[in-house]
Design a protein. Sequence first.
Length: 577
Amino acid sequence: MNARGTPRLRGALAVMAAVALLFTLSAALAPERAVAAPVLVSQGKPATASSAEGPFTAPNAVDGNPATRWSSQFTDDQWIRIDLGTSIAVGQVVLNWEAAYARGYRIELSANGTDWTTIHSTTTGTGGVETLTVSGTGRYIRLLGTQRATPWGYSLHEFQVYSTTGGNNPGGDVLLSYGKAGSASTSQHDGTCWECGPDKAFDRDPASRWATSPEGGWTDPGWIAVDLGAPARINRVVLQWDPAYARAYRIEVSDNGTDWRTIHQTASGTGFKETLDVSGTGRHVRLYATQRSGQYGYSLWEFQVWGTGGAPIPAPPLPADPTYDRLVFSDEFNGPAGAAPDPAKWVPETGTGPNNELEYYTNNKNAAQDGNGSLVLEARREVTPGSACPPDPLSGSTTCQYTSARLNTYGKFQFTYGRVEARIKVSGTQGLWPAFWMLGADYFDKGRPWPYTGEIDIMEHVGKEPKTAYSTLHAPAYNGAAGYGGPHTLPGGADYADGFHTFAVDWNSTGMTFRVDGQVSFRVDRDELERTRGPWVFDHDFFLILNNAVGGDWPGPPDTTTRFPQKLSVDYIKVWQ
């Protein structure tokens, strides 16, 4: 609810082929070199797509289940992409098409997800099951459909990628650095960077970070190191930078923590997320930075070391991606007129709002079911004595001149990943700010401050922009007016307050898709977000929030054109997993 302000709430390598003996013409015997069977390297990996038809999302094509599928919208061009996690030599691709197949398509590889190299191209695709022999190396692989064979889109039951060599990850690299204490040249601990010790770079928590200390001024060089606990082979390093990143740095390994060997070096670091394919052995791994990108020091949200060996601590598993076929929360507000919101599902928030808002949120005085299948959150112009509010722009009084409602599901219902959908008619007029959004449950569970909790705004609307609604993400590296999101204008430039509209988000481990009335309004590709804006902080429980604010930094205050009361009406809210 804060697109413009502060928060409203406080396998394994395959069996080798048998060795064959070849008889030469001279009857000499020589053993044939063992050849590795193809290794499936795509199953369960993060998958994204240019579009998806309903619940048929990209992860369905890499789940190993031929009964599920990815399907695109009914246009050219469309694509589906898999992040293999590390650079891998690809030797075979198997496409198991649904009836909506591609006549023309390309298979492409990329090292960075941006620059693509074609390893297979055809204009005579046959559909069914196509087994393609290919050759190339990359971390990302993409099928780009250029000509549909049917009036429908593109649809794959399975998109399988095989490495005939096992790639750089034959036995499955593991995260070796998780849970390690680490050490650093300096660490920051002040009001600007809370708990910013080196261990925060190894906790797999993208909302905590290590930073060098400003005491004495930020200087070069700066370093952070991790003891893996035992000798290891290091194959990959992932750096998720705060804006204070290194332009020049080295990745070094050591057997004893004293004598260091360089396995990667650059003078053109890019910041944000850098995934480095490296090769080295050692017990200790160090990032040694020699040139800052700006006036500040060095700061990392995550410093991940991947490989084999070491003494890894198993990291908690991430939640499973949803299939969106199980209804886990529903409220259709079918109670009698005047009935309060269901207390088994909703908690009223009371008191004054932040963001220089002008309302006082009441204990369900302004929230009730209307008897016609809707919940109404009503903003009214009425004095609330004794409440310390921001000065009213018309009267100058610091007594609240407005009342309204805010509800949340914390302690009643919270969840990770799913499809969230609500049918809502927003309030209108200057100075109103209705919203349907979610906040990380660690705001209450752990007392973590905003924006470290993460925030998902499914719908925000301000009365001064009647034709536009917004969907926005907020996190430590992108929040407030710099939140990551986009607007949606109704066809024909209609006013959102004139009728009900359906707002939804599909949320999983690879990204989010926001929709208004079934039309995609904004997409979030996790990989792109991490490479261009900052950490993804949305792999944990969130709870739902509804509120109808008056005034605030973004909408501005009511004026002489504003009319009260103003109703935010909600027909239903549903969540599937």
